[in-house]
Design a protein around this ligand. Structure first.
Ligand code: NOJ
Length: 528
């Protein structure tokens, strides 16, 4: 359904595809667009509705595409504009929509705007970026730190001012106070929407505007991935209220298309009320990533608590988003489950049955774990910069494990993949396809159930009384009971006909079910 009240993403499943790591068609060790086309059937078989491609635009790859040097091109290593058109057309044949990654908070320092801006103070594009004089006593203009914990200000000798970079030095922040920057992005949005791109995942959607007075960020007692890092709360270098007007503008542009184009924000915020604000009055982003859910512990009170708070804060009609793995935060089978297969299966059940939109990360469907990438093979500069050693993002960016061969079926035999392949013998698509008790088949069954029972709408959710260590909820006409316990335990109340369970063995019956440790079941419970 695609009418305004039932847009296609309600109840849908999106699949984040890290292009460099999914499938290498040209044998250079890097995944590419042609490689994706060869494996689209996997996604339609799985039951996915849309794919979000990690950055595809030309880039110097200081931050693997998140440093864009041309917003209307395709990175030559990944393919051509024509390849992207073909991918969109081939995906459409399989009912799959294609979302791109848009990076509006910063560009690459190699972008012609910045090359010009840093050539002289009078250059045409000077004000596209955030420049400032030294603090009165000398040194950086304020206390803002970048993503590696260094000053977010880089001195530019040539023009005698600092420029701002909230991420790497090679990622100068754009100046959203300048109307011309808005105009540029309107043009960029239309360029891709006109080509049939179904929408954007918007990088650092909580960023964009910076405090006009460049005030110091306040101190933070304790670091936390959501509230702030390096002892500072990001109050003035991000999270500014003016950003919401940008999304209202973009939503209006997205709404000119049929079906409307989708804006999915990387909204890295800790408070549910703030998360809700990104939906505006149904006139900003249609979807906003929920990071408190990602960082919730894998337990009944933690997860149910985040879900309850999320839903209580959402404006009426808004569509929540659930994901547990991505290219920054790592893979959920490792974070939530310590690579215990029962927990991976339970995690998938939860992701597949919550109301709204679910986003899987490539490899989630086979329970891929984080890979321990040795220091000499690491490719992420934010890791390699050495300022945040706990933050190795390569672990979740390793090649898709298609089969048990040395290259994982990701690239041709004899080619060295850009990152090492994980344990393909233990976990790969080919073997799991042949085993109906596998994680892959469970994931496929869950997505089929989701489409049949929860598709096309944001289903009603209600938490139910549950036995200790269990989380029970009703979503649409389904009842889900999930056990977060090492012990078998009975459920609190009968739940009707069990449709599916996460164990490889038969699910328990729904009348007086005893759940095995870390087992979840879904039953159909029609309204009384
Ligand atoms: C968030 C992206 O997901 C991450 O990979 C990137 O490094 C930063 N934004 C900067 O663009």
């Amino acid at each position: 359904m695609t009418d305004a009240r039932h847009p296609w993403w309600h109840g849908a499943v999106l699949y984040q595809l890290y292009v460099r790591s999914w499938r290498d068609a040209d044998g250079d060790g890097y995944g590419d667009l042609r490689g994706i086309i060869t494996r689209l059937d996997h996604l339609s078989w799985l039951g996915v509705d849309g794919i979000w491609l990690s950055p595809t635009m030309p880039s110097r790859d200081e931050d693997w595409g998140y440093d864009v040097s041309d917003y209307t091109g395709v990175h030559p290593e990944l393919g051509t504009l024509e390849d992207l058109d073909t991918l969109i057309a081939e995906a459409a044949k399989r009912n799959l929509r294609v979302l791109l990654d848009l990076v509006p908070n910063h560009s690459s320092s190699a972008h012609p705007w910045f090359v010009d801006a840093s050539s002289s103070r009078d250059s045409e594009h000077r004000d596209y970026y955030v420049w400032a004089d030294p603090a009165p006593g000398g040194g950086p203009p304020n206390n803002w730190l970048d993503a590696t914990g260094q000053s977010a200000w880089q001195w530019d000798d040539r023009t005698g001012q600092y420029y701002l970079h909230n991420f790497l030095e090679s990622q100068p922040d754009l100046n959203w106070w300048l109307p011309a920057v808005h105009e540029e992005f309107r043009r960029i949005l239309a360029f891709w929407f006109d080509r049939g791109v179904a929408g954007f995942r918007i990088d650092v959607a909580h960023g964009l505007y910076k405090d006009a007075e460049l005030r110091d960020n306040p101190p933070l007692a304790e670091d936390n991935p959501l509230a702030g890092r390096f002892g500072l709360r990001p109050v003035y270098n991000a999270n500014r209220p003016e950003t919401h007007a940008v999304f209202r503008d973009w939503r209006e542009i997205a709404g000119r298309y049929v079906p409307p184009r989708l804006l999915l924000g990387e909204t890295w915020v800790a408070e549910f009320a703030r998360l809700a604000q990104f939906y505006g009055d149904n006139d900003e982003l249609q979807l906003a990533f929920n990071f408190p859910f990602v960082f919730a512990g894998f337990g009944a009170p933690q997860l149910s608590g985040v879900v309850a708070q999320t839903l209580a804060s959402m404006p009426a009609g808004a569509c929540p988003v659930w994901m547990a793995s991505n290219h920054d935060v790592g893979r959920f089978p490792s974070r939530w489950g310590g690579d215990d297969g029962r927990k991976t299966r339970l995690g998938l059940l939860i992701l597949a049955t919550l109301p709204g939109t679910t986003v899987l990360y490539y490899g989630d469907e086979i329970g891929m774990s984080d890979v321990d990438v040795p220091a000499d093979l690491q490719r992420d500069r934010m890791t390699r910069s050495g300022h945040s050693p706990r933050f190795n993002r390569d672990r979740a960016r390793t090649p898709m494990q298609w089969d048990s061969s040395r290259s994982g079926g990701f690239t041709a035999d004899g080619v060295t993949p850009w990152l090492p392949v994980g344990d393909g013998a233990r976990c790969n698509v080919e073997d799991q396809c042949l085993d109906k008790a596998s994680v892959l088949w469970l994931c496929r069954s869950l997505l089929a159930l989701r489409h049949a029972e929860l598709g096309g709408r944001v289903a009603r959710y209600e938490q139910l009384p549950a036995a200790d260590g269990q989380w029970a909820y009703r979503v649409g006409d389904l009842t889900v009971v999930a056990s977060f316990s090492d012990q078998p335990a009975g459920i609190a109340a009968p739940i009707g006909e069990v449709l599916l369970g996460t164990s490889a063995a038969d699910p328990p019956a729904g009348d007086s079910a005893v759940l095995r440790p870390w087992e979840g079941i879904v039953a159909r419970t029609p309204a009384p």
